[in-house]
Structure formats: C-alpha cells, structure tokens
Ligand binder design. Structure first.
Ligand SMILES: [Zn+2]
Ligand SMILES: [Zn+2]
Length: 344
C-alpha cells in the first residue's frame, strides 16, 4: 500500500507501507479524497505545534469503509463495510480541564490525524476510530465531501460569533475558508454578505458559489461598516483593514491563521467606546455531524471550489501549487492513477 510520508521536517516521500489494521471500535477506510490546506504545509515545515515525524499527512478526508475492527458495527456509531464516510481528524484526551469544561477543541493533549501523532489519510487506506467516522448518504459525492472537514471548522466559527438575524457580514479572503464562511452567512441569518480578496481571480470563485458583493478592496464596497467582519486570511494587512470596519456593537473574528510571532494594531478606545467584540475560533467543536448535515442539505456549492486532484506520487507537486497560491481547493485522490484538472 502506498502512502505519502513526511519523514522529517521538510522531507516528503512516497513510500510503500504495510496495510493498516483497525483496532477495537475502529474501521479501515479506502481513501477517496483528501483536501490540502495551509495546515499541511505548516506540518511539513515543522511549524505546527506538537507534530511527531514520521507522519502521513491528510486531515480533510473521505472514503469507503472496507473493514471493521472488533465492535465497530455496534453502538450509536455502528458502521458497515461499503459505507461512504467523512472523518473528523480530531481526538481529545477527555481528561484535562479544558475537555472537562466543554472546550475539547482546545484540549491540552489535542491530537489531530495527519497533523500531530496519528497518521492521516494521504495513503490508499487508513484507520480511524468509529466515533470519528460519519456516514454519508449514498448519493453524496464522496470526493466533494472532503470539504466537510473545513466546513465543520466554519460551523464552529459561526457557533462562537455573537450575531443577530439581519446582520451585514464582511469576509476577508476568498479561499476555501472564506468561501465557506460566506456561504454559511445567509444560513446564519445575514442580510448581506460581502467578500474581499486582493486577488481578483479568487473572486471569480466567490461569484460562482453565489456571493453577491465582491471587491478587491473594502473601500469599493457599497457600505462602510458591517455588523460582523471575519478575517479568513491571517494577513495583518487584512486584519488592520477589517477591524475598523466593524460597526458599533459588532464583532470581528480571527478565523485565518496569522503567523504566531506577528502582532496587529488596533484602537483600544474604539473597542471600548463602540463595544466591539473580538473573537477567535479554533478547529472543530461538536460541529462535524452538523457539517455533514449542512453539506448534504446543499448549503455549500462544492463543485466550483475544487480545481485539481492529484495522485499520491504527485503530492509534492500539489503542495508546490498550494504554496504558489494557484488553483482552488486541491485534493489528493490516493486510489486514482492520474492527476486531473477538474475545472476547465
Ligand atoms: Zn485543513
Ligand atoms: Zn483534553
């Protein structure tokens, strides 16, 4: 069986590996698709907290159950061979103070498949605990469904936003996360959604998924202030541009991952005087099953968001393309023989 292996910091190989065997209450999954995101580059570059090498990457995965470990066919998460599934990559200790106060996404011993210690899905088959495996409807596109993991992050993002019906929402960044946050906004009650990206090519995707107001600068927008401003770029320039555009009583969200050592400037007076909230959001918290439901309800236009698929051998090429900011969502499809351009 073939697998992408991050052998050490900066060292990417494709290797032959023994077939994984599912343990108690775990299943073996034949991988359909694995999304690539910034986290993968941070893991390979040794910038992700706690990564243990060697590690198979891949945390945005779907596939088909091909074998069951003991007991995986029982209980509330019972699975069967042939099920199409999406996999929640997070596991938590269940014992630390943060887990015990309902903040499992902030667990002090947080383990993410393909990012910390457990092997990920950039291989032909992988195992996962049944509790992390969510069954898809047979008619759900199992490749497009690899967007469910980032969608689960987006739903947690909306969960932690103080907001009201009829809010006007501004999103910075028309990459995968910005497009997901923006597409969820009407579902969360937004009266209008505006998206800003300095790259006009990315705004084309925003148009294709149905975001009405699109600008390369918020200065060109038809309003000057918004109830909710969400940064999905992690860029300090975007953050410093966006925070002053929050209207009095509104909220600014840090969704994008800024480099750990950077700082941004804002006016504490303004935060005080206008009761502006600033909130963070981190990964997935009890939102994976809801992401499956929202995906299958058609809340997201997935097709225009995914531009290329890659074989395991071409994984390095996929990462290069990601780093160069080319394409839309890039996927690895470990059981396909050819890499493909999915959008003409
Ligand atoms: Zn990701
Ligand atoms: Zn914990």
């Amino acid at each position: 069986m073939r697998a992408v292996v991050f052998a050490a910091e900066g060292e990417l190989t494709v290797a032959e590996r023994p077939e994984p065997v599912p343990g108690p209450r775990a299943v073996l999954i034949e991988t359909a698709a694995v999304g690539i995101c910034g986290t993968d580059t941070h893991v390979l570059d040794g910038e992700f907290e706690g990564t243990v090498f060697p590690l198979v990457p891949g945390h945005e995965a779907t596939g088909t159950v091909v074998a069951l470990g003991p007991g995986a066919d029982q209980g509330p998460t019972a699975l069967a061979v042939g099920d199409h599934v999406a996999v929640n990559p997070s596991s938590t200790c269940g014992e630390c103070d943060l887990c015990l106060t309902g903040r499992q996404n902030l667990c002090r011993a947080w383990n993410g498949m393909g990012v910390v210690r457990a092997d990920g899905a950039a291989q032909q088959r992988f195992t996962a605990p049944a509790a992390n495996v969510f069954r898809l409807r047979p008619d759900t596109d199992v490749f497009e469904a690899a967007l469910i993991e980032p969608l689960a992050c987006a739903i947690h993002g909306w969960d932690v936003l103080p907001r009201r019906m009829g809010d006007h929402v501004l999103v910075y960044g028309s990459g995968t996360m910005g497009l997901l946050m923006a597409q969820l906004a009407p579902r969360a009650g937004a009266a209008s959604v505006t998206i800003v990206d300095v790259n006009p090519d990315r705004l084309v995707t925003a148009a294709e998924v149905g975001i009405e107001h699109r600008y390369t600068s918020a200065d060109d927008a038809d309003r000057a202030e918004w109830d909710v401003v969400i940064d999905c770029t992690g860029s300090i320039a975007a953050i410093e541009d966006g925070l002053p555009r929050v209207m009095a009583g509104g909220v600014f969200q840090h969704f994008g991952v800024a480099p750990a050592e950077t700082t941004a400037r804002y006016s504490p007076f303004r935060i005080y005087r206008d009761e502006v909230s600033v909130v963070g959001t981190m990964a997935v918290l009890n939102s994976f099953g809801r992401a499956v439901a929202m995906f299958e309800a058609g809340a997201i236009k997935a097709r225009p968001m995914i531009s290329h698929s890659f074989t395991l051998s071409d994984y390095g090429q996929a990462l290069q393309m990601f780093r160069a900011g080319q394409g839309r969502k890039l996927q690895v499809r470990p059981n396909q023989d050819t890499s493909q351009i999915l959008l003409g």
